[in-house]
Design a protein. Structure first.
Length: 584
């Protein structure tokens, strides 16, 4: 692999990113960087194995305080703001803001409003602040019409006051800056206002930089945002560090409300608790690292009162759905999930799973289950956790287990978790491309192309999966090259859509694929997962690659999966090297 990297003209190993961009490792000039769009929230598995909103900073325009998302919250006046006033304390760029609060008989406020926050979950707001003529500021958190705040002295570096239910910290930075945080649990409305304020008599100026709101009781490292939607998802395989993969997924919608259990009811799409309340909320550290995982308890005697289920989730008859969720065992030796059609049992094929140590579930970590079903004629389903009446399914063991992250989506497989509260939510498709502004990589002689990825589709997908794309006539030329898995074949095409090599190879969902294509002289060979799968002779060719995971005007062919590495080199590698590169 080192020889390939040393000779490469493009190396994409996901590690560095910011909003809208995934950085290439080679070249570092920006010519190989990928532009990224999604235009919606998404989640990923972070290096600690937690399900994390991406980006974790929920603030929009985190350092553009003149943007209209920053308001007074209906009370007081906005401060006078001056852009690029002084250097910020994080990287030294001169992009911190001056904020002057005038004494006008009312408070000065600079707030951002949030909706759909998870009730009962801790959130932390943070901001960098430096004194000017003003040495006291307050950080504000208004949830469920209850004003919570903490006041900080920017001269002595202490928290001078904090509301009940609030945890506040102040940390000294360089050049007189302080890092201020305020943490509190979200109350009943799920709404909040966060920002900085000052009292009427406390006018004067200060400097501000880098606002952030993240889930959890501590502040995460500051992540700058604009609209915060087009952030690449670098996901880790079950945590544990190592190198991440670039997660590229189709659009999908979680139609199940309350992906994390926050309350109980009896209506459609509610969590229905049995008569003896076998379920309880906020009982363990959930999949996002906060204390929000629900617990189910099965008593020794079977009873209808032990029912706990998601009630009447609306589906469409004949449509394929995948139901998924996270389970962690407690004192029970298993956790049983059973789906019925809300009218009778034994009516939804493949609608049950028994989660136990035999299939990888444990008492120490969360594991996701998946059930792919066809929507029944009732057009609704119940998703039972624990006690059930399904014949032929192992009974729920007595004791406890924990659950989190329920998702129901019209899909033949489970995509990454789409968090929901009181309504369904949609994550728009990921799109990662270098077509629009980046320099194409063209090879007319020897070359090696290496790609390491995990598909989320199999060979039955009609559109296939494009790993590399060359672009189309919209770029001012004819169709160019591509590396494309479709049906039971894999193709490498040269410019003008001329197939250089085509071989039979069937992808399997969620199974890693490592492929190398190399040309030495006039021979092009293909290697997949450690074995040569074909060879072809060609006297001349030209390959122009412009994008990774996308086709210029055929977005339905874009990658649906995780890309671990893509490397392009103008050196032809030996059979032994390609076999070594592609061995899993």
């Amino acid at each position: 692999m080192s020889d390939l990297l040393n000779s490469a003209s493009l190396v994409m190993i996901p590690s560095g990113y910011k909003e809208d961009v995934v950085y290439s490792q080679i070249p570092t000039s920006g010519a190989g960087d990928l532009s990224f769009t999604r235009a919606s929230n998404g989640t990923r598995i972070n290096s600690a194995g937690l399900v994390e909103v991406c980006p974790w900073n929920l603030v929009q325009y985190s350092n553009t305080f003149t943007n209209g998302v920053w308001v007074t919250g209906g009370y007081g006046n906005l401060p006078t703001l001056t852009a690029n006033a002084i250097a910020n304390p994080v990287n030294g760029l001169v992009d911190a803001w001056g904020a002057t609060f005038a004494s006008a008989g009312t408070q000065g406020r600079l707030l951002q409003l949030f909706t759909g926050l998870s009730i009962g979950v801790p959130y932390t707001y943070s901001m960098y602040v430096k004194a000017g003529t003003k040495t006291s500021v307050s950080i504000y958190a208004d949830t469920a019409t209850i004003g919570l705040e903490a006041t900080f002295n920017l001269s002595t570096g202490v928290v001078t006051s904090a509301s009940s239910g609030v945890t506040a910290t102040i940390t000294s930075m360089t050049n007189g800056w302080y890092f201020l945080t305020i943490s509190n649990n979200i109350l009943s409305s799920g709404n909040g206002q966060y920002g900085v304020l000052t009292n009427p008599a406390d006018d004067g100026s200060c400097y501000i930089y880098g606002a952030q709101l993240n889930i959890g009781s501590t502040a995460k490292p500051y992540f700058p945002t604009t609209d915060r939607l087009n952030v690449p998802r670098l996901t880790y395989q079950n945590g544990g560090g190592g190198c991440p993969s670039l997660l590229l997924e189709k659009q999908s919608t979680n139609i199940s409300y309350q992906s994390t259990v926050t309350s109980f009811g009896s209506g459609a799409n509610d969590w229905l608790n049995g008569n003896n309340s076998p379920a309880s909320i906020n009982q363990t550290t959930g999949i996002d690292g906060t204390q929000n995982g629900a617990k189910y308890t099965k008593t020794a005697v079977d009873s209808d009162a032990d029912f706990f289920y998601k009630n009447q989730v609306p589906v469409t008859s004949g449509t394929t759905y995948t139901v998924s969720g996270y389970i962690k065992l407690g004192t029970a030796s298993n956790a049983v999930i059973v789906i019925n059609n809300t009218s009778a049992w034994n009516t939804v094929a493949n609608g049950s799973i028994v989660c136990s140590t035999a299939n990888g579930f444990s008492t120490t970590s969360w594991k996701r289950f998946e059930l792919t079903i066809t929507g029944p004629s009732t057009n609704k389903i119940n998703i039972h956790y624990g006690y059930h009446l399904e014949l032929g399914v192992t009974a729920q063991a007595t004791g406890t287990f924990f659950l989190d992250g329920l998702q129901v989506e019209a899909s033949s497989y489970a995509t990454s978790l789409i968090n929901t509260t009181s309504a369904s939510a949609t994550r728009v498709a990921d799109l990662s491309t270098s077509d629009t502004i980046q320099t194409a990589q063209t090879f007319a002689g020897d070359f090696t192309i290496f790609a390491d990825f995990v598909p989320f589709i199999d060979s039955t997908d009609a559109n296939g999966l494009m790993i590399l794309g060359g672009g189309a006539s919209g770029l001012g030329t004819t169709y160019q090259s591509y590396l494309w898995f479709v049906g039971s074949n894999v193709y490498l095409s040269g410019d003008g859509e001329v197939n250089i090599i085509q071989r039979s190879y069937s992808m399997v969902v969620n199974q890693r694929v490592k492929i190398a294509l190399t040309r030495v002289g006039t021979t092009v060979k293909m290697f997949v997962n450690g074995a040569q799968v074909g060879a072809s002779n060609t006297s001349s060719l030209s390959i122009t690659i412009r994008s990774i995971g996308w086709s210029y005007n055929l977005p339905t062919y874009q990658t649906k999966g995780k890309i671990n590495q893509v490397v392009l080199s103008a050196t032809g590698f030996s059979d032994a090297d390609c076999q070594s590169l592609t061995t899993i």
